[in-house]
Design a binder for this molecule. Structure first.
Ligand SMILES: [Zn+2]
Length: 341
């Protein structure tokens, strides 16, 4: 099948463990309609594939777009992806029959348009590059801070996935030798030091030491109820335990970002994901650490900025992927049409 059609419209899909969201745009990235469905991730591949198709159908109905008008569909999927084969090697929080499943074929079969997939963190980087904070730069690294720490690299205007097709994974750079065990099985990865669980553990350890904190009242002394959002809220009120927790977390993230800038000399680092919303208590220690640990000539030419697309980064990244792969003649969006919702 040819990878190019005469269609005018692009579809971006953001597949998550809870919801799947789809959106239709024109070739400048202007959103024309979107839809959201539960992904039923643990119910099996066929059911979730059906939900993906349903969300795309919903977005197309909202936009008034038909199958023959589609240029391409791009989708971000959490986990390990083989984009060229359209295969999901492994994805967390989905039914086991997703292992090595080809997710491209059923979608292409339903719509007759080319379908492209990528790791969700990589797709997020494409979203910021085409439609968000990274418009106009030549190289960009995105860190998505959440349960895990995902990264995506755009170099010379193209997503870099390396020989394995799985790059980049700077969340698994080792930051602290003999540090805590990571989900990948190794020790001291950035994700093990600054992922969601690490942040919560850090705050809980301080409370177990008997320290007083606003957090105790906020969770009614139920330590498992502590979340990064609550820690950020308490830090904003000057709570010492929370301020320290985020400062230590920001330090580790800063080291990870400094290593990347020193290694790649990218023009921009975009910091996104839920944890990135923790505010100055996280951001300032992170920036201080980056400044102190990056070669100055690289730092001078690198912007370090928050995500501009927020929750829309997944669908906009899917649209960027579809545009890059299916409509390569239109590589520069002519206007900035994204409106944060
Ligand atoms: Zn790791």
């Amino acid at each position: 099948m040819t990878q190019q059609t005469n269609g005018k419209y692009l579809i971006g899909v953001d597949l998550g463990g809870t919801n799947v969201r789809a959106a239709v745009s024109d070739k400048t990235g202007r959103l024309l309609g979107d839809a959201r469905e539960p992904s039923y991730a643990m119910s099996g591949f066929d059911i979730t594939a059906g939900q993906i198709i349903k969300s795309i159908r919903g977005a197309m109905a909202a936009a008034g777009v038909s199958d023959s008008q589609l240029a391409g569909i791009g989708m971000g999927v959490p986990g390990t992806i083989k984009p060229k084969q359209g295969i999901v090697v492994w994805t967390p929080n989905f039914h086991e029959d997703w292992a090595n499943a080809n997710v491209v074929d059923p979608i292409r079969g339903d719509f007759g348009a080319p379908v492209f997939i990528g790791n969700d963190a990589n797709v997020a980087a494409l979203g910021e590059y085409w439609f968000g904070a990274g418009q106009g730069v030549n190289s960009l690294m995105m860190f998505t801070l959440g349960t895990g720490i995902g990264t995506g690299l755009v170099m010379d205007g193209k997503l870099w996935v390396g020989e394995s097709e799985g790059a980049t994974e700077f969340g698994h750079q080792v930051i602290l030798a003999d540090g805590p065990r990571c989900g990948c099985g190794r020790y001291g990865c950035l994700e093990a030091l600054a992922g969601r669980t690490a942040i919560i553990n850090r705050a809980q350890r301080k409370l177990h030491q008997g320290r007083d904190s606003l957090l105790l009242g906020m969770v009614n002394n139920e330590f498992p109820a502590i979340t990064p959002a609550l820690i950020a809220e308490a830090a904003g009120k000057g709570d010492a335990v929370s301020v320290e927790t985020l400062a230590e977390t920001g330090y580790y993230i800063g080291l990870g970002v400094a290593n990347v800038i020193t290694g790649l000399s990218v023009a921009m680092v975009v910091i996104g994901g839920g944890v990135s919303g923790a505010g100055d208590a996280l951001w300032q220690p992170m920036m201080r650490t980056i400044s102190a640990n990056t070669l100055v000539q690289y730092l001078e030419v690198c912007g370090i900025v928050p995500s501009r697309l927020g929750d829309d980064v997944g669908i906009m990244g899917g649209i960027g992927l579809a545009m890059q792969e299916a409509a390569p003649n239109n590589r520069q969006p002519t206007t900035v049409n994204h409106q944060p919702t």
